[in-house]
Design a protein around this ligand. Structure first.
Ligand code: PAF
Length: 282
């Protein structure tokens, strides 16, 4: 495995295998890697001739400076995990490489970003769009791998790849969970043992909501039940619990079994903000 820090180094590396023209797979990450990332990495290694993982905690996608400062950082551990997994190259750029000057670029994803994460984290998807475009331009992958756990991010990136004609195939990998159902996330590391237990409410509430919807309850009734469950759980603050059309991220006020739809949730467990989603009809 080789670590590189600049697009110039990558250009020199590419020359070495250019004649064989292998497909290049990219897994963009912000480090603090866990089994969920390794699921993406495994798929990338399987489906690409050359695998590249990027590790960069992107400042422009954090609307909350404290969240950025507290974002876990474990570079050496991450590199050890990637080496063991069999990754070919790891891109670890510095901030000044990705942002040689402050950017004022604004990407408007329209209705896709007016709800849920877009509404609660203003500017977040602008930062995601900018950094993912930069990574696509610098690495020029044929395939790029993203996790379904960030469902709205997936919708945004699909739209961007389409709107800007990036010649890249997107591969979406399903969410990995702990045995009790908690979705793997780098942020889980910041949970105390009692918060870790409470965090399970995100998954359990989606499972309950899905069951009730499929039994014929209205979305309004289901949402009320779930809100009450959250209110009963001390130390957990629900931000949203919504039913959306999975690709366009239109909010549904009622369940339509003819459409692809997913339940999305965001909540603070103590000071840690967690998100998750569950398809109801996929
Ligand atoms: O999903 C993430 O970890 C980040 O949003 C990404 C795609 C690596 C961009 O910084």
């Amino acid at each position: 495995m080789q670590v590189f820090n600049t697009p110039a180094e990558w250009a020199a590396i590419r020359l070495q295998f250019q004649s064989k023209n292998p497909s290049i797979g990219l897994v963009p990450t912000m480090g603090a890697l866990h089994e969920g990332h390794l699921g993406l990495v495994t798929q990338c290694i399987k489906k690409s001739g050359v695998s590249v993982v990027s590790i960069f905690v992107n400042p422009t996608q954090f609307n909350n400076p404290e969240d950025f400062e507290k974002y876990p950082n474990s570079l050496q551990e991450d590199l050890d995990l990637l080496e063991k997994a069999g990754v070919d190259y790891v891109f670890v750029p510095e901030v000044k490489t990705m942002y040689p000057q402050e950017t004022n670029l604004k990407i408007d994803f329209g209705s896709l970003e007016r709800v849920l994460e877009g509404a609660f984290r203003p500017g977040h998807f602008n930062g995601v769009g900018i950094i993912v475009s930069k990574l696509f331009h610098m690495i020029q992958p044929d395939l790029a791998f993203f996790g379904q756990k960030d469902l709205q991010q997936v919708a945004i990136i699909k739209r961007m790849v389409n709107d800007l004609s990036f010649p890249i195939q997107l591969e979406i990998v399903s969410t990995r969970r702990e045995t009790d159902g908690l979705a793997l996330s780098s942020r889980n590391r910041r949970l105390s043992p009692s918060e870790r237990e409470k965090a399970l409410i995100l998954y359990q509430s989606m499972v309950l909501a899905k069951k009730e919807l499929l039994e014929g309850k209205s979305w309004f009734e289901v949402q009320q039940t779930i809100q009450r469950e959250f209110e009963k759980t001390e130390g957990v603050d629900l931000e949203y619990f919504e039913l959306v059309e999975t690709d366009q991220f239109e909010l549904f006020t009622d369940f339509d079994p003819q459409k692809k739809n997913s339940i999305c949730v965001a909540a603070y467990v103590g000071e840690v903000r967690l998100i998750d989603n569950l398809p109801v009809i996929s």
